[in-house]
Design a protein around this ligand. Structure first.
Ligand code: 5GP
Ligand code: ZN
Length: 113
């Protein structure tokens, strides 16, 4: 198993966990870009958004709802936050295991999109 986030899910690489259920794991980013920078991953290995099919739309819905709930839990919901999924090389994806960045706790001026 050479996928970093699969190793974190399996407990073979340590991470500062925020939330875990049967389907998802959330943990703090090792190089935070904001006061709150949490990564949320499906426990099953999905390499990127491009791999998702319509069969996984329920998973995708729960994925985003979990991010919303963690934003509330971290106290950044009222002021605002950003969810980012980097996809593929030109999208800046470095770890080839689908993950959602939950960023907040400061004004995110580095606007893209
Ligand atoms: P990507 O560029 O693939 O969207 O984001 C990968 C993220 O994973 C980066 O923000 C990076 O800081 C984070 N990261 C890389 N290695 C580790 C690690 O070993 N532990 C944790 N917690 N985060 C990591
Ligand atoms: Zn993986």
């Amino acid at each position: 198993m050479d996928c970093l986030f699969c190793q974190i899910v399996a407990g073979k690489t340590p991470a500062d966990k925020v939330y875990e259920d049967g389907e998802f794991l959330a943990f703090w980013d090792i190089h935070p870009q904001a006061p709150v920078h949490i990564l949320i991953v499906p426990k099953s290995h999905i390499s990127s958004l491009t791999e998702l099919t319509g069969e996984q739309q329920d998973l995708l819905g729960r994925f985003i709802l979990l991010a919303k709930e963690l934003a509330e839990k971290e106290g950044i919901s009222a002021d605002g936050y950003r969810l980012t999924i980097n996809c593929g090389a030109e999208g800046g994806q470095l770890v080839p295991h689908l993950h959602l960045h939950l960023l907040g706790g400061r004004r995110l001026d580095d606007q893209l999109g």
